[in-house]
Design a protein around this ligand. Structure first.
Ligand SMILES: [Zn+2]
Length: 135
């Protein structure tokens, strides 16, 4: 019984030690995947276009003339800016990057984990004794 408990305590101690040797990767936040740079730019541009569309819509809706109905709307009841923004969004959707959206994180090789300072010390020790291969 004591031997089982000692073994369990040793295992718990080892697990806690191993947890101090690595942490989530800074490059991918622990997911092991990173968003392609072209996709990131494409998504950011899309977000900006949507914000422009919302701002144009809001500005149009808040016009005093629109509220009072004194000044009639332009052609089709909407200003030309809406057509410009819609065309920009359509062009943007067609310009979707051809590359995969995500790739394996280069920093961690897709594991999502990286060595802590203690982890580096430990692997350095193991390398000195020929147990691990340094990258
Ligand atoms: Zn990573």
């Amino acid at each position: 019984m004591d031997r089982d408990r000692r073994a369990d305590d040793a295992a718990d101690h080892l697990i806690r030690l191993l947890e101090t040797l690595e942490c989530d990767c800074d490059g991918c936040g622990g997911t092991g995947r990173t968003l392609n740079a072209q996709w990131r730019e494409w998504q950011q541009r899309g977000t900006e276009l949507v914000a422009v569309a919302h701002a144009a819509r809001r500005a149009h809706e808040l016009r005093p003339a629109q509220v009072t109905g004194i000044v009639p709307d332009g052609i089709g009841g909407e200003p030309a800016i809406f057509a410009v923004v819609e065309r920009a969004i359509a062009d943007h959707m067609r310009a979707r990057p051809a590359e995969p959206e995500e790739t394996a994180c280069e920093a961690c090789g897709g594991t999502g984990r990286q060595l802590t300072h203690a982890g580096h010390l430990f692997t350095d020790l193991l390398a000195r004794h020929g147990f691990v291969r340094k990258r």
